[in-house]
Write a protein that binds this ligand. Structure first.
Ligand code: RET
Length: 280
């Protein structure tokens, strides 16, 4: 009992110093003050964006708020995830391959964040195009599988890691095909204007999303970049993919609302906005 209590006290003391699970090792890669500041600044950016989005959402007609609520939820989750990482909660250490006494900080909170926010980002596009439920499901399932490969791949060692990485990239290709083929067809079938808005949103999203595996390769994968650089690269990407990208959706909302009839259609009638007959 006393052992448990003293372990709890040790854990609390360690958490206070941002090293929650400090293994008995000789080398640790972890963020310096610079990285910690990046985490805090990113948290503040997301928190402010959440407030701004909440105000903007309240100014939109209730029936046209679907994208706005989705974006609000996305930045809200990101704010929580960055708060967790900045306070040392969503962080642990993992062994670095081929080195017995070398451990590197591992920000698992990212993956919890991404597993919720990437499907929500895709939902934004589904709402814009009015894609049918069947296509939506395989796109979203591939996306979730992709994030899981990143989580497992970070912990895997040696060659096993590349299996996860390749599988993850394959899932991203599936997502890409679904968005560019099924999604675009559906959006253009509604109107040319909507098709164009959808294509701009989708291509900017995909360009950003392909940078994630590249950063992952040099950080979690090959551990070539320091923990500070890892935090900085993902923070920039997350702000671009969530704050900037969702702001574009907010700005386009009138065009989207004018051309879609999503909310007038029955939600369970074959799709999130689509009916059975217009499913592709
Ligand atoms: C991983 C590693 C495995 C291979 C691939 C990946 C892709 C991750 C992506 C993440 C996107 C995150 C976003 C977050 C929200 O802002 C998991 C890094 C392909 C595309 C958009």
């Amino acid at each position: 009992m006393a052992g448990v209590a003293s372990a709890a006290i040790d854990a609390l003391a360690a958490a206070k110093h941002h090293h929650p699970v400090m293994p008995p090792a000789t080398i640790h890669d972890h963020v310096s003050h610079f990285g910690e500041n990046v985490l805090w600044i990113t948290f503040i950016v997301f928190a402010i964006t959440f407030v701004v989005f909440a105000v903007k959402t309240s100014q939109i007609k209730t029936s046209e708020r679907a994208n706005a609520y989705t974006s609000l939820f996305i930045v809200g989750i990101a704010a929580m995830s960055y708060y967790a990482m900045a306070t040392g909660l969503g962080v642990t250490y993992r062994p670095v391959k081929h080195h017995l006494h070398h451990f590197r900080q591992f920000f698992f909170a990212r993956y919890i964040d991404w597993i919720f926010t990437t499907p929500l980002l895709l939902l934004d596009l589904v709402l814009v195009s009015g894609l049918d439920l069947g296509s939506t499901l395989w796109i979203v399932f591939s996306d979730v599988a992709m994030i899981l490969t990143g989580l497992f791949g970070s912990y895997a060692s040696g060659r096993a890691q590349w299996g996860w990485f390749i599988a993850g990239c394959a899932f991203l290709v599936v997502v890409m095909v679904g968005l560019l083929k099924n999604g675009a067809q559906r959006a253009y079938s509604k109107s040319d204007d909507l098709g164009k808005v959808y294509t701009t949103l989708t291509s900017s999203l995909l360009v950003l999303w392909w940078i994630y595996p590249i950063v992952w390769l040099f950080t979690e994968g090959k551990t070539k970049l320091s923990s500070d650089k890892e935090v900085l690269c993902f923070a920039i990407l997350d702000i671009l993919a969530k704050v900037v990208w969702s702001t574009i959706i907010f700005m386009q909302h009138e065009k989207i609302a004018l051309t879609t009839t999503i909310l007038d259609e029955p939600l369970l009638g074959g799709g999130l906005g689509a009916t059975d007959d217009d499913a592709i």
